[in-house]
Design a protein around this ligand. Structure first.
Ligand code: PEP
Ligand code: MG
Length: 551
């Protein structure tokens, strides 16, 4: 048995088969195929194979997990049989002489957009199913007709491997099959690691050259605690790791006692622990872990999972869903933070030498106000359905805050004129994630309704250490005194100006800082859903606090 060693960035033990994700990365390439009849036959064969896979999955799931869980595969099979869906694909092949992959992808976009735009929530949910069946078809088409070429490998528990994953790749992962992530590169604060923690799946990064494509299909155990990956483990090793997994489950079970408790210290100080989410699909995990609100909704993930801009209506539905699900608890939605590592092709952002210091987040929104307007309208409209607060990312100056606020207020006037309801008291706050914002937080606090400290970027910009770059991680101490001073300064200015201040970067989930955050007068911590209970436990069990909060 061979052991690979990397860095565990999302805890847990997973058992599965290694699968390299390379092929799922890019869009299907468009090719002109003269023999359109042959291409149609190729598509039909792929469809038959997909149907066979789904029938098998249905039978297996029915036996193991019952009808309720198996039904999804039956729905997928029926969708594959649907003459409209298949007709759309074969017609495109016939009329446009394009390859089957391209036609499948185009039909999938068309149908998933159609479902997404429907009023009925059940029908909206079918959009994800269309994507799922098209991924199945594409995988079969790309792997050829060879039975052993791989589809089975992706069923059951898959440990997904790659050099690294972009945020849009992680956002599209099918977490019903993927039980762990392994990467050659990556870093603790990269969005892959954040995503894994949000979904509660183990992740080991930085495996470098050890993670070779030859490992495809190999049975392995990924240990997200130690960063070890055990290849072809013996029955004995598996048994030992099953025990370790069981212990972890018992530990988590012990934390259940905190699920329905408020986050209050023994001295009676309240410090709510909220959830960081990437979209409505994370709401279930937030609720399951007893989130006292959503402290960060990374809205850019709504833009990353698609080929074109999400419409106002689609965004409105996602924001409304979050607001309604949290039943009056605050939901802080961060406006589009695209750019740097979070890229979507259709924005056509220019290539930059230093994208983390470039056209990202609020800079992009203020430069292209038509994109910002659509999002702000959706946010303001959704604010009528719960307690939404809007947060602007990457602020470095008062002028940026003023311009973002002015655009929001214009939208609110517009909605009032159209008699569309919205919450007039919706809070408008900012992320403190640049040293500039922390340093002028006294000025910003006079015009923002709240602050939320984004420690991931604050650390990167303060220490001049790229959060994506693993090779410099030893130079990047997340508890660096410079970072802590900026956090303290921000808290002081928030308190002096009587606005609330939260922490939504990954440091919020670091239990060694919980007491310090309490003594600084932090009002809210927001963490990935699986970290809610451990941090609530840290708040509830924290000892006496210093009488005078340090300034
Ligand atoms: C942060 O920078 O700390 C933050 C919460 O935002 P993101 O990780 O999405 O950049
Ligand atoms: Mg950030």
């Amino acid at each position: 048995m061979e052991i690979l060693r990397g860095e565990g960035v999302s805890s847990g033990i997973a058992f599965g088969i290694i699968h390299f994700s390379g092929k799922e990365r890019s869009h299907a390439e468009k090719r002109i195929v003269e023999d359109w009849q042959g291409e149609t036959v190729r598509y039909e064969k792929a469809r038959e194979k997909a149907t066979g896979e789904l029938e098998k999955l249905y039978a297996q799931t029915l036996e193991k997990l019952g009808e309720e869980n198996a039904q999804l595969f039956e729905i997928h099979r029926m969708m594959l049989e649907d003459p409209d869906f298949s007709g759309c694909i074969t017609e495109m092949i016939r009329k446009e002489h394009v390859n089957a992959e391209c036609a499948v992808e185009a039909a999938a976009h068309r149908f998933s957009d159609l479902f997404s735009s429907m009023e009925d929530e059940y029908m909206q949910g079918r959009a994800a199913d269309v994507k799922d069946i098209s991924h199945r078809l594409l995988r079969i088409l790309e792997n050829g007709s060879d039975e052993t070429a791989g589809p089975e490998k992706q069923q059951g528990a898959v440990i997904l491997a790659g050099d690294d994953f972009t945020p849009s790749e992680t956002a599209q992962l099918d977490t019903t099959h993927v039980c762990a992530l392994l990467t050659q590169e990556g870093s603790r604060n990269s969005h892959t690691a954040i995503f894994a923690r949000t979904m509660g799946i183990p992740a080991v990064i930085g495996l470098g050259e050890l993670l070779q494509p030859q490992l495809e299909g190999m049975d392995c155990i990924a240990d997200g605690f130690t960063g070890e990956v055990l290849l072809s483990p013996t029955a004995e090793t598996k048994a030992a790791y099953l025990e370790k997994q069981q212990k972890e489950l018992e530990h988590r079970h012990g934390l259940e006692a905190y699920r329905n408790r408020e986050s209050i210290t023994k001295e009676g100080r309240r410090l709510p622990v909220c959830a960081n989410i990437g979209g409505p699909r994370d709401l279930a995990a937030a609720l399951k872990n007893g989130a006292e609100g959503v402290g960060l909704f990374r809205s850019e993930f709504l833009y990353l999972e698609r080929p074109d801009f999400p419409s106002e209506e689609e965004q409105f539905r996602a924001y409304r869903e979050a607001a309604s699900a949290m039943e009056g608890k605050r939901v802080v939605i961060r406006t589009l933070d695209i750019g740097a590592d979070k890229q979507a092709e259709y924005f056509h952002l220019p290539k930059e030498e230093n994208p983390a210091l470039g056209m990202r987040a609020i800079r992009l929104c203020l430069t292209r106000p038509e994109i910002f307007r659509t999002q702000l309208r959706a946010l303001c409209r959704a604010s009528a359905f719960g307690k939404i607060a809007v947060m602007f990312p990457m602020i470095t100056s008062l002028d940026e805050l003023r311009r973002a606020k002015a655009l929001t207020q214009n939208i609110q006037k517009e909605l009032a004129a159209e008699h569309i309801p919205f919450d007039e008291k919706m809070e408008l706050g900012i992320m403190i994630e640049t040293p500039a914002a922390a340093i002028i937080s006294d000025l910003l606090a006079k015009e923002a309704d709240f602050f939320s400290i984004g420690t991931n970027d604050l650390i990167q910009y303060t220490l001049a250490a790229d959060r994506q770059n693993r090779s410099i991680s030893s130079f990047c101490d997340p508890h660096h005194e410079a970072v802590m001073r900026l956090i303290r300064l921000t808290c002081k200015h928030a308190r002096e100006n009587k606005i609330w201040v939260g922490v939504c970067g990954e440091l919020a989930a670091d239990p060694s800082l919980t007491t310090e955050f309490l003594s600084l007068g932090i009002d809210e911590l927001s963490v990935a859903p699986p970290s809610i209970l451990p941090i609530r436990a840290a708040v509830c069990e924290s000892g006496p606090l210093p009488l005078q909060p340090p300034t």
